[in-house]
Design a protein around this ligand. Structure first.
Ligand code: GLC
Length: 543
């Protein structure tokens, strides 16, 4: 692959790292993480070997939704730092080969954004149509049946201008009107502004949103079940998931690709069907990457995971790069959801994430096996889930401070400062201790990333299921054989495995020796060209 081509697709096979800025490292003693803290702890990321970081929202915001309610798209939240701090971060990270992605929120603004303040001043405001306004239904009452993320009506009455405005999330997050060309132009300029400053791309919030039905039709009842089904009994076909949004992404892709190197668009594509996910990639002219939530919510079993991986690869257009992640600031941490805190499972999950073809995204703390933290009601900060209505459960559980060391402050802030969210109780789960221990989760995670790069250059493009999964899942990717034992019993691998490069537990057998995989253990083996990998149907217990 030529140099230009490699540079243009750096995210193919990359390991990205989602960094929740407020919880990463506090350098000014206010209990909130900040941009200087990221600069101060870049060594951890370089040492770990990730290729880029996605920063949770950094723009000014009244923090009703912790930055997902933006009041200025070209600024930096004063609690997190300054524009100079962000420039310095992009520069310092860049010199270490780490790309910086920002979080862009195009579906809605804060009600404190000057556009909305102006728009709500009266019906003849020049900014009126930046937002979605509606009169009461004939006979009075709400314009339609749409509900917001808390289960309340998605319409708020604006006394001053005598109409309702739409908010799919909180009352303080009015939805933008993407039918208006001026909104498109505003966001083009926002993209260019940050690209000029050297950001490598954006994670795009609520990418399934943006457009709303022009006729504001009622949402039909939801018939699906599960974590990705429409909430509160309604199927979100009219207040989101409109086809017109893809034209916006095609436009942004052109803008991103005019830059050298091209910039990356990674969508928060909250859809339950993989066909719908594929559409975000377009014909190689839409988003370059799209988060795969059916994978996030799959059961931690060989059958479920291999099924969703296989169906994903079959659904995506040729050349599209899949994305594998298992934790984030909304859905909680995989060490809890998948692993219930069982370290064997955490190690195995990391092996799986590191070996699937495409791009892997870790969430801060995944690398040390941080679990969800039960934040007491009185200390919770997430307004979206405070009332207990939101089926996502309280999202603070996965936003607690990074655990840098075993001290009372966890190394996150100065001693005596109260962090914005409480530290997890498991002080033994921390970076400093795990960095000293070659058998720790952190050391394993680093080895996995290093191996991925050493063996494949990071560009894992192929995937082949080696047998129908029973309790074990065996696949070939990046020229390696991966065997994951997702079960409570040992599995003897009677096949001849090529040189085993890495095991999450147990001894690494010599080439050609029979191998016993402990419960919830996995291996990566080099596929020697002459050694056929005997399908694991030959294993006891694999039937
Ligand atoms: C996305 C964000 C989430 C936020 C919501 C509204 O889902 O990930 O944290 O609350 O959008 O912006």
């Amino acid at each position: 692959m030529g140099k230009t081509e490699a540079a243009s697709t750096w995210w193919h096979g990359a390991v990205l790292y989602q960094l929740y800025v407020r919880s990463w490292l506090d350098t000014d003693g206010d209990g909130h993480g900040d941009l200087r803290g990221i600069v101060g702890a870049l060594d951890h990321l370089s040492w770990l070997g990730v290729d880029g970081i996605w920063l949770s929202p950094t723009m000014p915001s009244p923090d009703q939704d912790w930055g997902y309610d933006v009041s200025d798209y070209t600024g930096v939240h004063p609690e997190l730092g300054t524009l100079d701090d962000l420039d310095a971060l992009i520069d310092t990270a860049g010199r270490r080969g780490l790309r910086v992605l920002l979080d862009l929120v195009p579906n809605h603004t804060s009600s404190a954004h000057p556009w909305f303040v102006e728009a709500s001043s009266g019906r003849d405001s020049a900014y009126r149509d930046y937002y979605v306004w509606a009169d009461p239904a004939p006979g009075g009452g709400l314009p339609n049946n749409w509900l917001d993320a808390t289960g309340q009506p998605a319409w708020e009455w604006d006394e001053r201008s005598g109409q309702y405005y739409l908010h799919n999330f909180l009352v303080g997050q009015p939805d933008l009107n993407w039918w208006l060309p001026a909104v498109h132009e505003e966001f083009r300029q926002i993209l260019e502004f940050w690209f000029d400053r050297g950001v490598a791309g954006f994670r795009i919030d609520v990418a399934q949103g943006l457009y709303k039905d022009a006729l504001l039709r009622d949402n039909p009842p939801e018939t699906d079940t599960g974590p990705l089904a429409g909430r509160f009994g309604l199927r979100p076909v009219y207040n989101a998931n409109r086809p017109e949004k893809h034209e916006v992404f095609r436009d942004w892709r052109r803008i991103a690709e005019r830059r050298s190197p091209p910039r990356l668009l990674l969508g928060e594509t909250w859809v339950g069907d993989l066909g719908g996910l594929a559409v975000f990639y377009g014909d190689n002219d839409g988003l370059q990457l799209a988060f795969n939530f059916p994978f996030v919510f799959a059961d931690f079993t060989a059958a479920a995971l291999s099924s969703v991986v296989g169906r994903t690869l079959a659904s995506l257009p040729a050349g599209a790069c899949p994305v594998w992640t298992a934790s984030n600031h909304d859905v909680g941490r995989f060490a809890t959801r998948w692993c219930r805190g069982d370290e064997r499972k955490v190690r195995l999950a990391l092996l799986i994430l590191a070996t699937l073809p495409g791009t892997a995204v870790l969430y801060y703390g995944d690398e040390i096996g941080m679990t969800d933290v039960a934040v007491p009601a009185g200390l919770q900060r997430d307004a979206m889930t405070l009332g207990g209505q939101n089926p996502q459960g309280n999202r603070d559980r996965a936003r607690t401070p990074m655990q840098w060391d075993g001290s009372p402050s966890g190394g996150f802030t100065a001693d005596g400062v109260t962090p914005w969210l409480p530290l997890g109780a498991n002080a033994a789960c921390n970076v400093a201790d795990q960095r000293q221990d070659p058998r720790s989760i952190l050391s394993l995670c680093r080895s996995l990333i290093a191996l991925r790069r050493a063996e494949t250059g990071g560009h894992i493009a192929d995937y082949e299921l080696l047998a129908e999964p029973g309790d074990q899942w065996a696949y070939r990717s990046g020229g390696q054989a991966v065997v994951a034992n997702l079960s409570d019993h040992s599995a003897a691998v009677s096949c001849r495995v090529g040189e085993v490069l890495l095991a999450t537990a147990g001894q690494i057998p010599a080439a050609g020796e029979a191998l016993t995989l402990e419960p919830w253990a996995g291996i990566i083996a080099r596929q020697a060209g002459t050694l056929p990998f005997t399908p694991p149907a030959a294993w006891p217990g694999a039937g």
